[in-house]
Design a protein around this ligand. Structure first.
Ligand code: ADP
Length: 490
């Protein structure tokens, strides 16, 4: 089967979160199942710099393409490289005025022109597929950025002959970001005028790209079964739940896997000492390194909680700060890596000073440190308000660092909470209420459990034995593709 993934992020080239990790891994695992897989992304400055650092030069695939969109003609280049560690081709769509910017999602002089940038990306990718005879059997778009692809295939007029047999899937990694814009951006999407309606891409008077994708894709996947249920409900749908309920029969939850080439303590070259469930004493070497780096007493056996994540309200870190002093008074230490909203970054700076030696906040994006925290902390905190799947809690399970999570989305699907009786099964700790005191009591419960090394080690080992392999998830995607193709082609 020929499969094409279109995404705004693909690790290791350009990533801000889980989307990049997923689209960097899933295609490789689908390829190893014997499929002909390609991935497409914009040729951002970050991609060029990454390739340069690795001394990889991508090849030009064709002469520049001319793409007409919104009464303008754009010249677009197309380059090709490979996903590291595989033969999966990565097609890079180049248009410097749009993609050669400071940040992946950077606007134009502070104005959000994401609709134009990603519309051009999608339109150029489809055009290149036609010309180069790369039309896939299945096109898997990811999040709102590429939701135009299933719309174009379903709604372009005349119905696109090239893609008449292509099945489309829209994968939702985060339903909070929907690609919502004023109605006048419609012209930049290249869609027929009939789609400028509530039956098409419009939603509550605005262009909503994710909504158009949900209506037009042959199937929609969400990145965990619980998240699939949540987004079809009023509380969890971010206003899009009526549309998702309308498509309920075509909405499937498929849990992400983790990339065990990258996130595996037994082979991880980013951490000072590799280890596995049989050699947990080696984990302590990483702990010492981490604590030294954080200017904390390295030989103190007191409980160390790690945190890594984007600093946005989604992640629920605001639940931690009101009870941080209480937890510090209990003797608990925190090592926190994140970047994002100013107010939260300021909190990290503040507590790093005010609670030096007990709280260490590192503001920035630092992949090596993310690995070291997973390996070196005793437990990992993820108090998300909502969490489509969440990768960090799966990494922390693999690294023997039991997760303390809120029971939402993928966190509910992946962590078995310890209740004092289920030691044979438990892998972490969880709480329900999005309230600081609920977080505090659960961290305290984990802390008390940590003081019983036999119990703790059992929970650690239970987590490390869990398999979140991409192979299984990749197979689930492929099974879905096969069903869609069978339906489409009779
Ligand atoms: P989300 O996709 O909502 O950001 P996930 O848990 O699914 O959350 O994935 C987050 C990914 O991004 C993980 O690989 C995590 O290690 C990484 N990450 C997030 N923030 C940082 C940071 N400041 N530095 C390094 N890696 C980070």
């Amino acid at each position: 089967m020929r499969i094409a993934h279109l995404s705004a992020e693909i690790a290791p080239f350009a990533k801000t979160g889980g989307l990049g990790d997923v689209v960097g891994a899933l295609p490789r695992y689908q390829a190893s199942l014997g499929h002909d897989v390609a991935v497409w992304m914009p040729y951002y400055r970050q991609v060029r710099e990454w390739l340069k650092k690795k001394a990889i030069s991508p090849e030009w695939v064709t002469e520049p393409l001319r793409v007409e969109l919104g009464y303008q003609t754009y010249e677009v280049g197309l380059l090709r490289t490979k996903l590291p560690g595989s033969d999966v081709p990565v097609y890079l769509v180049a248009h410097d005025p749009f993609f050669d910017r400071d940040g992946i999602y950077a606007g134009f002089y502070g104005r959000d022109d994401g609709y134009k940038r990603y519309a051009l990306f999608v339109r150029a990718a489809l055009e290149a597929m036609r010309r180069l005879q790369l039309v896939p059997d299945v096109l898997n778009a990811h999040d709102w950025h590429t939701a135009l692809a299933p719309m174009a295939i379903a709604w372009d007029r005349p119905r696109d002959w090239h893609f008449r047999k292509t099945a489309t899937v829209l994968t939702i990694h985060n339903a909070a970001y929907q690609g919502m814009y004023a109605p006048d951006v419609f012209i930049h999407l290249g869609l027929p005028s009939g789609v400028f309606s509530e039956a098409g891409v419009m939603w509550n008077g605005a262009v909503n790209l994710m909504k158009g994708g949900v209506l037009s894709a042959d199937a929609i996947t969400a990145v965990s079964p619980t998240f699939a249920r949540e987004i079809a409900s009023e509380q969890g749908g971010f206003g899009l739940d009526p549309v998702l309920r309308y498509r309920r029969r075509s909405l499937v939850g498929i849990l992400n896997g983790i990339d065990t080439d990258v996130w595996n303590p037994a082979v991880d070259t980013r951490i000072p000492e590799r280890y596995d469930a049989e050699h947990l004493e080696r984990k302590l070497v990483n702990r010492r390194h981490l604590l030294k780096l954080a200017n904390m007493a390295a030989d103190d056996r007191g409980f160390v909680v790690g945190v890594v994540g984007r600093l946005t309200s989604q992640k629920g870190y605001d639940l931690l700060f009101p009870v941080l002093d209480d937890l510090i008074r209990d003797g608990i230490r925190f090592v926190f890596l994140g970047s994002g909203e100013d107010g939260l970054e300021a909190k990290l700076h503040h507590y790093s000073h005010a609670a030096r030696g007990r709280f260490w906040g590192y503001v920035g994006f630092n992949e090596d440190l993310a690995h070291l925290i997973e390996a070196g902390a005793d437990a990992f905190l993820m108090p998300s308000r909502f969490e489509p799947c969440g990768l960090n809690q799966m990494y922390s399970l693999a690294y023997g660092t039991p997760p303390i999570v809120r029971r939402v989305g993928g966190l509910a699907d992946t962590v078995v909470p310890y209740d004092g009786r289920n030691l044979a099964l438990a892998t972490g700790f969880n709480f329900d209420a999005a309230e600081p005191h609920a977080l505090r009591e659960t961290v305290r419960w984990a802390h008390r459990t940590y003081q019983h090394p036999q119990q703790w080690t059992r929970i650690v080992r239970n987590g490390m034995a869990k398999e979140f392999s991409w192979t299984l998830s990749a197979e689930r995607y492929v099974k879905l593709y096969e069903r869609l193709l069978a339906r489409k082609r009779g």
